[in-house]
Design a protein around this ligand. Structure first.
Ligand SMILES: [Zn+2]
Length: 296
């Protein structure tokens, strides 16, 4: 049923979950639903990060509370998506409106997690690649919101993504298509150093030419994390897409506001994050298309 729904050809239907004995539709549905639930729970955690990290507040110690009346939020009012709907988007005690961002981020993370599971199965990527993709998704979503609102990509988001990326590379070499733990760890490390290194060169050269900061160090660390989690081709695409779409946004912003282009502040992070998303969903297609130019 699901294979038909996905419009898969017989060849494409030969996917990892059928090889792994997950060919049963119910089992597959179970995995898709589980991914959605996992995503919405982690989306709920991301909401806390997006709200507290730019303010340098701890994401662990202080329990969630209503920003208006300060009443601690009980566990049953903290269930992703469901609580928001049951409370009609209002605080149970003071009836203050809760930002729609909460349910949006929870739903979005859940949907992306489920879609990535399906994508990985269809193109037969190693199942554990999901760990890298889920980490990347969380970094992308927090970057889109925090960088857009506060013009910064906090170290508390990029460093854990890098460390987790290196750890899963060392533990699961299949993510890098090899079977040696040290090799896969080395590949992740080198990809991160090259991706972050190239961008830090841009940052240093740019700064010495125009005598002001052209690239934030948050962007450099974000790119290092992309190198570790998605590899060098993913990092190259993220950078090209991010700088191109960011420039178009800047030019449109300058035309619209009548300011000089140099005066328009463009947060690069969200555009890089969109680039990383596109790569996770269509990277293999883009890579094959590009390599096709040389195989004539
Ligand atoms: Zn309240």
């Amino acid at each position: 049923m699901l294979n038909g729904f996905l419009r898969l050809t017989d060849q494409a239907a030969y996917i990892w979950w059928s090889r792994a004995g997950f060919g049963d539709d119910y089992v597959l549905c179970f995995f898709v639903v589980s991914s959605f639930l996992l995503g919405s729970c982690l989306g709920s955690f991301l909401n806390v990060c997006i709200w507290r990290m730019p303010l340098n507040q701890s994401i662990v110690t202080a329990p969630s509370h209503c920003p208006k009346c300060d009443t601690p939020i009980r566990w049953f009012d903290n269930i992703p998506i469901l609580s928001f709907l049951l409370l009609h988007g209002r605080c149970r005690y003071c009836k203050a409106t809760i930002s729609k961002r909460y349910i949006f981020v929870e739903g979005l993370t859940g949907i992306l997690f489920a879609l990535l599971l399906v994508k990985i199965g269809v193109v037969q990527q190693p199942p554990l690649t999901l760990l890298a993709y889920y980490t990347m998704t969380m970094l992308c979503i927090s970057t889109i919101w925090i960088d857009f609102e506060h013009r910064l990509i906090p170290d508390v988001t990029t460093y854990p993504a890098m460390i987790f990326g290196l750890a899963i590379s060392a533990a699961f070499p299949s993510i890098w298509g090899v079977d040696n733990h040290l090799t896969s760890f080395g590949m992740a490390l080198i990809s991160g150093v090259i991706s972050g290194g190239v961008l830090s060169l841009f940052a240093i050269i740019g700064q010495s030419i125009v005598r002001k900061e052209v690239l934030g160090w948050g962007d450099v660390k974000y790119m290092a994390a992309v190198g570790i989690l998605l590899g060098i081709p993913g990092a190259v695409f993220t950078l090209l897409f991010g700088s191109f779409s960011g420039s178009i946004y800047g030019i449109c912003g300058a035309l619209y506001s009548g300011k000089k282009l140099a005066k328009v502040a463009i947060p690069l992070g969200p555009f890089l994050a969109f680039g990383s998303f596109i790569w996770m969903f269509a990277g293999e297609k883009i890579l094959r298309w590009y390599l096709g130019f040389f195989s004539a």
